[in-house]
Design a protein around this ligand. Structure first.
Ligand code: ACM
Length: 526
């Protein structure tokens, strides 16, 4: 409908326009009302505001290792929406600092990943236990800014104000992960980078890449080139698949490291190996290569555990992967090896564990690997069998908690979800949030666990929109489970904060699932 106004009326109308309230949500000056995810350990408000503008500088001390990189990350993060190119400057010799100061704290109670964020009217100071702690403080600062900070284009006329006060914060778990299955469907470097950015925004610190499965081999192994030249050429449904060159993988590792995220590569053996078996006939007991596979069955493939060449192959794969993976862990899968003779499975896992160790890395395996002779330091990832998890603990191993019925991102929200599976459960947003890794398995406690990981398997996930639909809004909840003390977590508080994140997710361009189980706020603020 078009409204016609007389010339006089329209002049009057235009004159009062600047007096009308803008549609920008009201600015809060009470830091305790901020809707942060994960919930910080403590927040104290002082009732004022700090306003960031084009002249705000980011100061770093020359002596603090890694802080420069966090400063340039922060400057770049804030640039698209503000249109500012915030200058990064040394704090040495500057008497009157005004702006954002990043520094390494000598407060040992913060731990490496903790931070103290102190906001006054003239200054924001992020003191972290290390560059990682400063990075997490910067993510908190990001969430304290108006939601429009997430926009990819300059927000003209927006005031970038932050409530004053102090936040002290540190994570409960040192391992806060998400797994992305790039084997069932392949996701390219830019898609994985966007996924990494999601993790970084919520202070998660591990990206577990499931790099091989029956449907595809996704990482270049120079000594066995057919793995990708042949085994990487398709995916579920028959699409063209793809793979990462070692250079591309290194680019992902570096991109993740700039965001304090460790990449853990998984080569799933001895089952889930049809792509490898199709590429090299010698890896099959009968010496015959099967066809490439584009379906979604599991448990039908196995490397030939009796052949010497199998271990030569694994040694090469592990060696090349270890060379391009700076982190301490390699994941060897080990799940659902139903086609491997049961008497062969344990000796096989033991042998692979030795190969991983020989290349200077620590083995992680899915919970079935708890049955093997676990070496000191080896880690077991619970996904479905509590008895295996207990067995791992009895053998002195630590656990990563990924119970499929709580933490699998590919589980549908409910029976109407447009994609996803439901063999473990339907996981609505409250179900994904309302559990505790330290109490979910009787007999397993906090001291047995290094952290938790949510997992996005990709049988039904074909593109970024699908990733976003299943990942959001559950990911922030998993991040909070891994970061915040259980005494600080409850659905009522989380629901309010999550609902306020709707417009933040929208500004990030995330196509999230608007769960009917969440009372979404009308705008991004309470
Ligand atoms: C798994 O879900 N097969 C680890």
């Amino acid at each position: 409908m078009q409204i016609r106004l007389s010339p006089l009326l329209s002049i009057t109308f235009l004159a009062i326009l600047p007096l009308m309230p803008s549609c920008e949500p009201p600015v809060t000056t009470d830091l305790t009302k901020s809707t942060l995810i994960p919930q910080p350990a403590s927040v104290t408000a002082s009732g004022g505001t700090f306003v960031m503008n084009a002249d705000t500088k980011i100061y770093v001390s020359d002596s603090d290792e890694g802080t420069d990189a966090v400063a340039s990350y922060l400057s770049q993060l804030l640039s698209p929406a503000t249109g500012y190119a915030l200058e990064v400057s040394s704090s040495e010799g500057v008497n009157e600092l005004s702006g954002i100061l990043l520094e390494v704290s000598d407060d040992a109670t913060l731990g490496k990943e903790g931070y103290e964020l102190t906001i006054t009217e003239g200054m924001v100071k992020i003191a972290g236990g290390s560059a990682a702690g400063i990075f997490y403080g910067a993510q908190t600062l990001r969430q304290l800014l108006p939601d429009a900070i997430e926009a990819s284009v300059t927000q003209e006329g927006q005031t970038w104000s932050i409530p004053t006060g102090t936040i002290r914060d540190m994570p409960v778990y040192g391992y806060r992960g998400a797994m992305l299955d790039v084997a069932r469907h392949f996701f390219d470097v830019n898609e994985v980078k966007r996924f990494i950015d999601f993790l970084a925004a919520y202070k998660m610190n591990v990206l577990h890449l499931h790099l091989s499965d029956d449907q595809g081999w996704r990482i270049e192994i120079k000594s066995w080139p057919l793995l990708t030249e042949h085994g990487g050429q398709t995916e579920v449904g028959g699409g063209k698949g793809g793979f990462y060159t070692q250079e591309q993988y290194k680019e992902l590792v570096a991109y993740a490291a700039e965001r304090q995220i460790l990449v853990i590569p998984e080569i799933d053996v001895p089952g889930h190996t049809n792509a490898a078996l199709a590429s090299y006939p010698a890896l099959n007991c009968d010496g015959r290569a099967p066809e490439l596979y584009t379906g979604t069955e599991v448990g039908f493939s196995t490397l030939c555990t009796d052949k010497k060449v199998t271990y030569e192959f694994l040694n090469d794969v592990v060696r090349e992967l270890a060379e391009i993976t700076p982190g301490p862990y390699l994941h060897i899968g080990g799940d659902e090896s139903h086609a491997t003779k049961s008497e062969d499975y344990l000796p096989f896992v033991n042998q692979v564990q030795g190969i991983v160790k020989a290349h200077g890395k620590t083995m992680i395996g899915w919970d079935e690997t708890a049955q093997a002779d676990l070496s000191e330091g080896s880690v077991v990832q619970l996904w479905h069998n509590a008895d295996f998890a207990k067995m791992a603990v009895q053998k002195g191993a630590k656990l990563i908690m990924s119970p499929a019925n709580k933490a699998y991102l590919d589980m549908q929200y409910d029976s109407t979800s447009r994609i996803g599976l439901h063999w473990a459960a339907y996981i609505e947003v409250p179900d994904g949030y309302n559990w505790d890794p330290a109490t979910i398995v009787p007999g397993i406690g906090r001291e047995d666990i290094i952290g938790m990981e949510c997992a996005l398997w990709s049988e039904t996930v074909t593109d970024m929109a699908d990733i976003e639909y299943l990942t959001f809004p559950r990911l922030p909840g998993y991040a909070e489970i891994a970061w915040s003390a259980s005494s600080l977590r409850n659905w009522e508080s989380y629901e309010k904060r999550l609902s306020a994140h709707a417009s933040r997710m929208e500004s990030m361009g995330i196509g999230f699932y608007r769960s009917p189980k969440v009372a979404w706020a009308a705008s991004g603020k309470e």
